[in-house]
Structure formats: structure tokens, C-alpha cells
Design a protein around this ligand. Structure first.
Ligand code: PLP
Length: 380
């Protein structure tokens, strides 16, 4: 039996999402731009999915633009905002623990003369809203802040940052990378955060890989990244991947419907793992703070090496990660920026939960880690 505990990297596809994709391939195979019935059925599928994603965000359908995933949504928001608002103003504020989708995009802009101000996180992996707001000046046109960190689960004060911005005359807009937050909390993020742009990804919520969305608040217009036939209101040209979009909508609907129970169960399982780990490994170190999102648990087992632990766990069909899936083999920059000692980083493990996980998965994890640690103790 597989114990899949790497849900922050990607989630297993929900049965409902898979079935929706197949149904759409069979029943709505037309091109949504075609005017015949097959095209109309496909356009209807995309429209329905947009409604479901919008509902999950607390947004209007017209504010949701489909992309290929979180990375493309983030690129579209940042590059679009820079093209639109970055002629006179040059400063973008961010944190020093963003995902590479944000970091690398900002790096490109810095080569083009933009000024990127990185606000440092504290030991808990969070920035303070006050710190962020103190950096905003008349030259600032954009802030790009993640809502939940993918390695530590640290929750950033994006709502406070947005409301603080309204008291500052600069008119700077806020982009939130909500890839790890969307449908992991009960809040509808467009309403809750008040952000101007929000990036989300389908494969982190049990949809098929290849779909994400960018929320753009009504009234804001930015240029697109991909030009062509004008699909997605001109924001992303190219024939829509209708089955994948439909599956994304379905996953949103399923997760919305079950949110209350799912979130409660994930919290309970998280507590169960924490208690079990603390009991079995009294000298372990938690890299995620007490206030972090419950679905992401980052910890270190001194004397161990993450890569060896991962291999032993994998042999027992327990799948976790040593950090973010994108940081393969490199020492975690996020933990480094939090001031975690290199020795502790080298033994860090990230366990990330989905509503599908059970106590069996948790027990398998703890017992596999226990066996792995015995190998270390025996010097093997
Ligand atoms: N932002 C965060 C916080 C992430 O965790 C990820 C993926 O791990 C991304 C952005 C990129 O999303 P996608 O894989 O959909 O491109």
C-alpha cells in the first residue's frame, strides 16, 4: 500500500476530476471557438468550470483567467503588471522565501532595471505586515507575496498587507501566490485577502496537471503573456485544454463541498503526527512553526541525512520530500533564510497532507522513520 504524503508537490487526481475530464473528452470534444453544437458544448464546459473556480475564490467569473498552472499565472501577473505600471515606477516588493516561479520572474525584471526589494522572514518563516508596508514608497507599483510557504507552511499576513496598502497613497497593487493556500483554508481568497491578483494551481487540489488560474480584480487591465487568437478574454491565447479545465472546475467544486470536514480532518491528522513524532523522537526539531498551515509539516531528525531517510521511506512506500519538489538536491534556501543551521537543514523532511490521508499513513510514516533512524544509530 502506498502512503502518499507529498501533497504540496502535487496531489493524487480526485476520482471526480478524472471522470469529468474523460466525460468532457467524450462529450465536449469541440473547439470552444467553433459555432456548431460540438463547439458550444466545449465552450459551455469551460464556462461552467470558470464559474466553479470563481465560486471557490469568491470572485466573479469575469475575474478568472485559465492558465497552464501556478507558474504561468504568477508570470502573467508579475510581467503584466510590470509592462502596464512599470514605466514610471520601478519597485516591486516581495519576501525572501518565494517560490522560484516568483523569484526567477523578478530576477528577469531586475536585469531590465526594476528594483526588487526582498523583505526578510523571521525564525517562524513569516514576514511581518508592518515590515512589508514600511518598504512601500512612491516608486512601488507591485507587491508579490505568497500566502502559504510551500516548504514550511508559514502563513503570510497578506490580508493585513492589503488593508495596510489602502492607507498608503502609492497605489501599489498586491499579487498573492496562493498556490499552497487555495482550498486548503475555508476562506474564499479573493474576498478574504482583497488582493488585486491571485495565482492558483489545479494539481495542488486534486485536479489534472496542466490547469491553473489567475484572478484579476475587476477594473484592472494588464497585457497578456501569450498572444494569438484571443481566448481567455485575450489574456491567454491558444485553444483551451477543455477536459483539463473542466477537471479543475470539478476539483474546486468537490473541495468546496467537503471543505469543512476535510480541513478539520487534516488538522486532526497533523496533530496526530506531531504528537507521535514528539513521542518517538524526543530530540527532533520542528522547522515549521506552531502557527504554520497544518497540512505542511517540516522537521529535522538530527544525525540523519534527508536523502537517506527519503530512500528508506520510499522503499517502504512512504513518499515524502526533503523540501520543495523544485529544489532537488540543493540545500533549502527557505530554511537557510529562516536561519536554520545547515546541519539541521540537511536532515529536513517535508510531510504534506491532503484530505485523502489517514492515520494509517501517519503510522506508516512514523514507523518507517523509526526504522530509518535505527540504521543511522547502528552506523549503516
Ligand atoms: N507557488 C508555490 C507556492 C508552489 O508551491 C508552486 C508549486 O509547487 C508554484 C507556485 C508553481 O505552481 P505550478 O506547479 O502549478 O506551476
Amino acid at each position: 500500500m502506498i502512503h502518499y504524503l507529498d501533497n504540496a508537490a502535487t496531489e493524487m487526481v480526485l476520482k471526480e476530476a478524472k471522470e469529468k475530464a474523460i466525460y468532457t473528452m467524450e462529450q465536449a470534444y469541440g473547439n470552444p471557438s467553433s459555432t456548431h453544437d460540438a463547439g458550444i458544448a466545449a465552450a459551455r464546459s469551460v464556462d461552467e468550470a470558470r464559474g466553479k473556480v470563481a465560486n471557490a475564490l469568491g470572485a466573479d467569473k469575469g475575474e478568472v483567467f485559465f492558465t497552464s498552472g501556478g507558474t504561468e499565472a504568477i508570470n502573467t501577473a508579475i510581467m503584466g503588471a510590470a509592462a502596464k505600471f512599470g514605466r514610471k515606477k520601478k519597485t516591486i516588493i516581495t519576501t525572501n522565501v518565494e517560490h522560484p516561479a516568483t523569484n526567477e520572474t523578478l530576477k528577469r525584471l531586475s536585469h531590465d532595471g526594476f528594483k526588487i526589494v526582498e523583505v526578510k522572514v523571521g525564525k517562524d518563516g513569516c514576514v511581518s505586515a508592518q515590515d512589508v508596508l514600511s518598504k512601500v514608497d512612491d516608486d512601488t507599483f507591485l507587491l508579490s507575496i505568497m500566502m502559504i510557504n510551500n516548504e514550511t507552511g508559514a502563513i503570510m499576513p497578506v490580508k493585513e498587507i492589503k488593508s495596510g496598502l489602502s492607507g498608503i497613497a502609492s497605489g501599489a497593487l498586491l499579487h498573492v501566490d496562493a498556490v499552497q493556500a487555495f482550498l486548503k483554508t475555508e476562506e474564499k481568497l479573493a474576498k478574504y485577502t482583497g488582493a488585486d491578483f491571485i495565482s492558483v494551481s489545479g494539481h495542488k487540489i486534486g485536479a489534472v496537471k496542466g490547469a491553473g488560474a489567475l484572478y484579476i480584480k475587476k477594473g484592472i487591465k494588464i497585457p497578456c503573456l501569450i498572444s494569438g487568437g484571443g481566448q481567455e478574454g485575450g489574456m491567454r491565447s491558444g485553444t483551451e485544454p477543455v477536459p483539463i479545465i473542466a477537471a479543475f472546475g470539478e476539483a474546486c467544486e468537490v473541495r468546496m463541498k467537503n471543505a469543512e470536514g476535510d480541513i478539520k480532518r487534516v488538522k486532526e491528522l497533523s496533530r496526530y503526527i506531531k504528537n507521535g513524532m514528539n513521542k518517538r523522537f524526543p530530540d527532533m526539531i520542528w522547522n515549521s512553526s506552531e502557527t504554520a498551515a497544518p497540512n505542511i509539516l517540516n522537521f529535522s531528525l538530527p544525525r540523519a541525512k534527508s536523502e537517506v531517510l527519503l530512500n528508506v521511506l520510499s522503499e517502504r512506500n512512504v513518499f515524502v520530500s526533503s523540501g520543495s519538489a523544485c529544489a532537488k538536491g540543493k540545500r533549502s534556501e527557505v530554511l537557510t533564510k529562516m536561519g536554520v543551521a545547515p546541519r539541521v537543514i540537511d536532515s529536513a523532511i517535508r510531510v504534506s497532507l491532503s484530505p485523502e490521508n489517514t492515520r494509517d499513513d501517519a503510522d506508516a510514516l512514523i514507523s518507517a522513520l523509526f526504522s530509518a533512524m535505527k540504521l543511522f544509530e547502528n552506523g549503516k
